[in-house]
Design a protein around this ligand. Structure first.
Ligand SMILES: [Zn+2]
Length: 336
């Protein structure tokens, strides 16, 4: 098949003002059709998400515009090519999971699909079930806004929210690396995440980049661990106190903060981790399976957290904290 460029995509719905010219609207319609053809998938919801996010995308290597080809995007400046397969965009090669527990989790996520989250995480995981979707939807309007769930794994919380991940899950729209973000300056209304930011190296630099790509008055809504044992996926670099989470993004103000899990989650986590370490005699592979086994034994304790979540007095010993901040000023340009 001949690779014929469809031309640059210059418009998407969020950019059209009420005074947009007829030509601009017509051009958008043409471009939209090209996007749909480009993705080559019957998944209309994925097409709608990609059409929505396309105008915000740029080359992650040099931040120049991307040109559309039938099966890839090409940078207009550095000529890097990014494959588009089954309606997904791949900005990186998909890495392999290296940690034992992580690779077990990765296989479980792939095998169980939605059940991994609805049953596995909500019931048997050692953490109190926090309604991340409801918490996020109190602040964003995915119908009107471009909302991006970073490191979403195989869990799509809403069909209108674009998902990105380092790994290629069924629920992933864009495969990319957070340290090399494929979004234009001030192009995204909100970045959201759940237990992801502890896994990124050079967090300050990544947060500057997320802040750069967020529109003025756009939001950052992130669930981040504080008093939580080490866990890979694929690496684990840091914890943040509530003050650390509130001041993570330069030029952002705090809108809301609460502990998503409480002291009984902490107790469940400690018991599960401690017993897995003791009975595995320090060996990683049995530890991963023992960890999942002890989850099945200790998980009911976490439900005692019910009266202790969403309490400012519990922030100091919270396993996980949900923080929402808003971008109040643009910052100096963020270098590549
Ligand atoms: Zn480039």
């Amino acid at each position: 098949m001949q690779n014929v460029p469809h031309g640059r995509i210059l418009w998407y719905p969020g950019q059209l003002t009420p005074n947009a010219s007829v030509e601009a609207t017509a051009a958008y319609q043409t471009v939209k059709l090209n996007v749909l053809r480009l993705t080559g998938t019957a998944d209309s919801q994925r097409n709608a998400r990609l059409a929505k996010v396309r105008g915000a995308l740029c080359c992650p290597a040099c931040r120049a515009d991307l040109l559309d080809f039938p099966s890839f995007l090409r940078c207009s400046s550095c000529s890097a090519e990014y494959p588009v397969r089954d309606g997904k965009i791949y900005f990186i090669e998909v890495p392999n999971a290296t940690d034992e527990l992580d690779s077990v989790k990765y296989r479980l996520k792939k095998a169980l699909g939605k059940a991994y989250y609805s049953v596995g995480i909500a019931v048997f995981a050692p953490t109190f079930p926090f309604n991340y979707r409801a918490a996020v939807l109190r602040f964003v309007e995915p119908d009107k806004q471009l909302v991006i769930d970073i490191g979403a794994g195989n869990h799509r919380i809403d069909q209108r929210i674009v998902t990105i991940d380092l790994f290629d899950y069924v629920a992933t729209d864009i495969v990319c690396d957070l340290s090399s973000l494929p979004f234009r300056d001030e192009s995204v209304d909100a970045f959201i995440s759940r237990s992801v930011l502890e896994h990124v190296p050079r967090l300050t630099q990544i947060c500057k980049n997320l802040a750069r790509a967020t529109r003025k008055n756009g939001l950052a809504a992130h669930l981040i661990p504080f008093m939580f044992p080490f866990h890979a996926s694929p690496h684990d670099y840091q914890r943040l106190t509530h003050i650390g989470a509130a001041t993570l993004f330069p030029g952002f103000e705090l809108l809301e903060q609460r502990n998503a899990t409480g002291p009984f989650t902490l107790l469940t986590l400690l018991l599960t981790e401690l017993f897995a370490v003791i009975f595995s005699l320090g060996n990683e592979r049995p530890k991963a399976f023992l960890y999942l086994t002890f989850c099945l034994i200790f998980f009911p304790i976490k439900f005692l957290d019910f009266p202790f979540v969403g309490r400012p007095s519990m922030l100091g010993i919270a396993p996980t904290i949900f923080t929402v901040t808003r971008k109040t000023r643009s910052q100096t340009p963020c270098p590549l």
